[in-house]
Design a protein around this ligand. Structure first.
Ligand SMILES: [Zn+2]
Length: 211
């Protein structure tokens, strides 16, 4: 089963993806993590790729080409693609990428959240720079303050998680999201999840709808 997760930052889609990874052995593939992983080894490359990502210099064809290469080596038969389709033009690129590795998309899961709630959530987000686990100061706090439960690394807040940057990101998100959602709706593979509930409630709704 191959899933695409859609939704604004703060909708909790990465946390929900992690549950499916732990419980059912899904592999989670995110374009951002993929680029960070690739650049992890080489300090110089890391800086170049990070800057290119921040400036939006990386062409989609390049990113999806790398994703294709990555997917072709991936052994998992259950995949969650997260943060991979942000623009309507990337729908076809993803179709093509999956086709090239002999896979197809089974469901697109849209985690719906109001802007107000998204802003409230994003200002409290924490992530682990080592194993990429995600936490939240209020909704999903680590057992020890600011320390990753999985690997013990000190958690960090992303530099772009301040209110102005978040409002800009949400505006960007809405520009393309309607078109993306309606395309997958047309294909009959869209699942809508009310992401405003608790993590547990969203999780059980997701499992129910994926049955
Ligand atoms: Zn960690």
């Amino acid at each position: 089963m191959n899933l695409l997760f859609l939704g604004p930052s703060g909708s909790g889609k990465d946390t929900q993806a992690e549950f499916l990874v732990d419980e059912f052995g899904f592999a989670r593939v995110s374009t951002g993590d993929l680029m960070r992983d690739i650049s992890d080894g080489e300090k110089e490359m890391q800086v170049i790729i990070r800057d290119a990502m921040n400036e939006g210099f990386l062409a989609d064809n390049f990113v999806f080409g790398l994703m294709q290469m990555y997917l072709s080596h991936l052994k998992a038969d259950k995949i969650i693609l997260s943060g991979c389709v942000r623009k309507a033009s990337q729908i076809e690129l993803l179709d093509f990428t999956l086709f090239k590795v002999g896979k197809k998309l089974d469901k697109a899961v849209y985690f719906e959240l109001s802007d107000e709630e998204a802003i409230k959530r994003m200002t409290g987000r924490l992530y682990c720079p080592n194993c990429h686990s995600n936490y939240h100061k209020i909704f999903n706090s680590p057992k020890r303050v600011d320390i990753c439960d999985s690997c013990g690394t000190r958690l960090e807040q992303r530099a772009d998680d301040n209110t102005d940057a978040i409002k800009n990101r949400l505006a960007d998100f809405h520009k393309d999201n309607d078109e993306i959602v309606s395309e997958y709706e047309k294909r009959g593979i869209l699942i809508r999840i009310d992401a405003a509930g608790s993590i547990e409630k969203v999780h059980s709704e997701l499992l129910e709808q994926l049955k």
